[in-house]
Design a protein around this ligand. Structure first.
Ligand SMILES: Nc1ncnc2c1ncn2[C@@H]1O[C@H](COP(=O)(O)OP(=O)(O)O)[C@@H](O)[C@H]1O
Ligand SMILES: [Mg+2]
Length: 313
């Protein structure tokens, strides 16, 4: 790995430290790469036990952690206090002493697995944050992007703390929803690459997707010299995705990156198959979003029927 080169390229801001992205109400805390790689085996065992326990409990009881890890109560308490300080675990004393993973802990488990498999060797600074994700640049075989899905985390972060139990519908909705979202996105990327210009998919673990790093701004932040060409390139890609049976369903100028003058379509977790009952109106909405953007920003009038025919024809 040519670390010096990466550094001079200005890609790494915090040395080679892992940054464990924070959750809504806990500031992000840098954890050294060394620490994640050699995350104390007891700490890792506790995170894994919490992950398992949360299939059954919103707040995993201490007793359950003892059973799952076979560690002594004092060892567990000591390790938990460290995990809580690092923003990976939360404690809730009511109505019983319970512990729960938060996004920071789930991020750590995903990173530990991806590091162990050799997919990632370091994580750099945050390069994006959307409604439902945090994206970091990272070092794999080359520069990569790692997207941590964050679905349902906001309602979880504070409101749930004051409740006795999670509602019946699921013991840990944010964890399951975030993992599902990453799985769906990875599936779309695998289906579409390379027929459609999307980031090359590299790996997926838990709620994290590793993909090629795209070097370039979001479409909304560009000043295009040839807007019509770019619009047609977008429609061509939407058409190729449609041919592959996939509709983006959240297409907008924010989910298109421009790299070396070419478009790259990102952010696929909400894709739907072209066999979906509402496929027609959903692909129509995607097209409308794009046409409206070009109309607004470049006063480009493009025939809607023609665009729709291009995509689904
Ligand atoms: N592969 C990538 N390469 C470079 N930047 C990316 C990549 N994927 C996402 N980003 C950046 O992160 C932001 C959020 O990612 P996105 O996939 O759109 O998730 P969200 O659902 O949170 O909007 C994007 O707008 C973009 O700036
Ligand atoms: Mg987005």
């Amino acid at each position: 790995m040519d670390v010096k080169h990466m550094q001079t390229a200005g890609l790494w801001y915090g040395g080679y430290d892992f940054i464990v992205p924070g959750i809504t109400s806990v500031p992000s805390m840098p954890v050294s790469a060394e620490h994640i790689r050699t995350l104390n085996k007891y700490e890792k065992a506790i995170l894994l036990a919490l992950e398992r326990g949360m299939k059954k409990y919103a707040w995993v009881p201490l007793e359950q952690l003892k059973t799952l890890t076979k560690l002594s109560e004092s060892e567990i308490n000591y390790r938990l206090s460290r995990l809580i300080a690092w923003g990976m675990v939360r404690f809730n004393p009511v109505p019983y002493d319970g512990y729960s993973l938060v996004f920071g802990g789930y991020d750590t488990l995903a990173l530990a697995t991806l590091t162990h498999k050799g997919t990632i060797s370091a994580i750099g600074s945050q390069i994006g944050e959307g409604k439902e994700s945090v994206v970091h640049e990272a070092l794999g075989l080359g520069p990569v992007a790692i997207k941590f899905h964050r679905v349902g985390g906001r309602s979880f972060s504070s409101a749930r703390l004051n409740r006795d139990y999670m509602p019946e519908e699921g013991h840990c909705p944010w964890l399951m929803a975030s993992r599902k979202s990453a799985e769906r996105e990875f599936e779309a990327l695998m289906t579409l690459h390379p027929m459609v210009s999307v980031p090359l998919p590299i790996a997926q673990n838990r709620h994290a997707v590793v993909m090629a790093l795209i070097n370039g701004p979001n479409l909304n932040r560009c000043r295009l010299e040839a807007p019509q060409e770019i619009l047609e390139e977008i429609l061509e890609n939407v058409h190729n995705a449609y041919k592959a049976g996939v509709i983006h369903a959240d297409l907008s100028e924010y989910n298109i990156l421009i790299e070396d003058g070419r478009v790259v379509l990102i952010d696929w977790p909400q894709w739907i198959p072209t066999t979906h009952v509402n496929a027609g109106s959903i692909v129509g909405r995607d097209i409308d979003n794009i046409l409206a953007f070009f109309q607004r920003k470049y006063q480009l009038e493009y025939n809607r029927e023609e665009a729709v025919q291009w995509v689904i024809g």
